[in-house]
Design a protein around this ligand. Structure first.
Ligand code: ZN
Ligand code: ZN
Length: 348
């Protein structure tokens, strides 16, 4: 067992408190990661904002995009040695045997992938506790090599926000000249712009107000459309091949579907609830509506390697982990450009 320190939900929704707990003893194929930084994601907000019921027995420790160094390895670990710079994302295991896993789509495991927190360990059934903590123990297959030349605090968000947008960019073969739209310039959206630009795409950003237009251009966007401006939206009609919808709240998909050209696809990433669609918006130009979640092992490592080659990281505001409450409150208010990362150095 390894003693860890972290932050767990309290009985008051939205609040966390520091506590000590034990990580499991290393199994033969386990890696222990000493966590240096972990991002703050909308999923964490939702998890902490839910019902307080039952939290006494099963601690909820958020955090599923973290980086650090290998602190210890089990005897069967072959891909890492102590001291390696590593990263872990929002999935820490899968069944390894279903048709999805066998085809290299671990994120779509039919038996459901094991989530980094709020899940259950596949072997001993214990609840998984997340990365807002000093260490984590995880099978080596779900640990990634982290480019050492990049700022670790700014790499952490690549592991959830980054892979969430990289998966569709790669699945829809975005490359030179692909016309890509990005809805919402937050944690996901700003990385979607950077990555799409680096892949050679022509990038359009949709923003509700004009005040983010300069930011969008600074990130590399070629065109900015103010979504509240009906004339601006109409002018953008039938102009895109792929739109990544990163807005975190429920909204009308119609206006964005109508910006797609022939066979174009709208991928919803930020809001994963019910949505109504006018089939006429699909019929015209044979448009498609899709969604994706996280990414496979291979694609996640590919993202980190690509970011290492191109010098791409998230734009982060780094706070000591003790200020996690501030990060949560400001994220809830939309007051962050573009991702909070917690520095775990103060956990000792
Ligand atoms: Zn996340
Ligand atoms: Zn599986």
């Amino acid at each position: 067992m390894t003693l860890a320190t972290g932050y767990r939900a309290t009985t008051t929704p939205g609040q966390v408190e520091r506590f000590d707990f034990e990580r499991r003893a290393l199994r033969p194929d386990d890696v222990e990661v000493r966590i240096t930084h972990c991002g703050v994601c909308h999923t964490d907000l939702h998890a902490l904002g839910g019902s307080a019921e039952g939290r006494g027995d099963v601690p909820l420790v958020p955090g599923h995009e973290f980086v650090g160094e290998v602190a210890a390895i089990g005897p069967d670990v072959t891909r890492f040695v102590v001291g390696d710079p590593v990263a872990v994302g929002n999935i820490v295991d899968s069944c390894g045997e279903c048709r999805m896993c066998l085809a290299g789509h671990e994120n779509m495991c039919v038996d459901f992938p094991t989530l980094t927190y709020g899940g259950r360990d596949r072997i001993d059934g214990t609840p998984t506790l997340g990365g807002w903590s000093s260490s984590y123990v995880v099978r080596e297959s779900f640990v990634y090599h982290r480019p050492a030349g990049l700022d670790p605090a700014a790499v952490a968000p690549l592991m959830c926000a980054g892979i969430t947008v990289w998966e569709p960019l790669r699945s829809w073969n975005v490359g030179a000249g692909t016309r890509v739209g990005v809805v919402g310039l937050g944690g996901l959206g700003h990385l979607a712009v950077k990555l799409a630009v680096a892949l050679g795409a022509e990038v359009t950003v949709f923003t509700r107000t004009a005040d983010k237009a300069d930011d969008a251009r600074a990130l590399g966007a070629h065109r900015v459309v103010v979504s509240k401006d009906e004339a601006d939206m109409a002018a953008a009609g039938d102009s895109l091949d792929l739109v990544l919808d990163c807005a975190p709240a429920q909204h009308d998909l119609g206006p964005y579907l109508r910006t797609l050209d022939l066979d174009g696809t709208l991928v919803t990433l930020g809001y994963l609830g019910a949505a109504s669609v006018d089939a006429m918006d699909l019929l015209r130009a044979r448009r498609r509506l899709a969604s994706t979640g996280s990414g496979s092992l291979a694609r996640t490592q590919e993202l980190l390697d690509f970011c290492g080659e191109h010098g791409i990281v998230a734009a982060v505001e780094v706070l000591p982990s003790a200020q996690v409450g501030t990060a949560l409150a400001r994220l809830a208010a939309g007051d962050v450009r573009y991702r909070f990362t917690l520095d775990m150095g103060d956990l000792g």
